[in-house]
Write a protein of this length. Sequence first.
Length: 128
Amino acid sequence: MEFKMKESGFYSEFPYGRLDISSDENFGFRPYHLLTSSIAVCSGGVLEKILRKMRFELEDISINADVERSEEAPQPIRKVKLHFQIKGKNMSEAKVKKAFGLVDKNCSMVQSVKGAIEVEKTYELIEA
């Protein structure tokens, strides 16, 4: 990846589009948005693969992410809270709990921040 400076921040070009990054959200994604997104989407992707391997009739997963940052500069992320809404048919609470136990072990982004950022996950099952 190559990042180039712009008026307020940086950007990078990808085959699927341009990514603008700035400390001012009027000019692009803020770095903490990208870090949080990486943790959330990596966790969601791993969860989806695990549930499909368990033969769940999965229809949808949505993830709500909340971030707790330190008040002191440079305001590092201390905690990411992820809440998953899992929609499907004939879902087993026990199997979903087991799947969540495997997510952290298999998500490279969670493993990358392990020991520096707490990642808390909750979920709710929605019968389709």
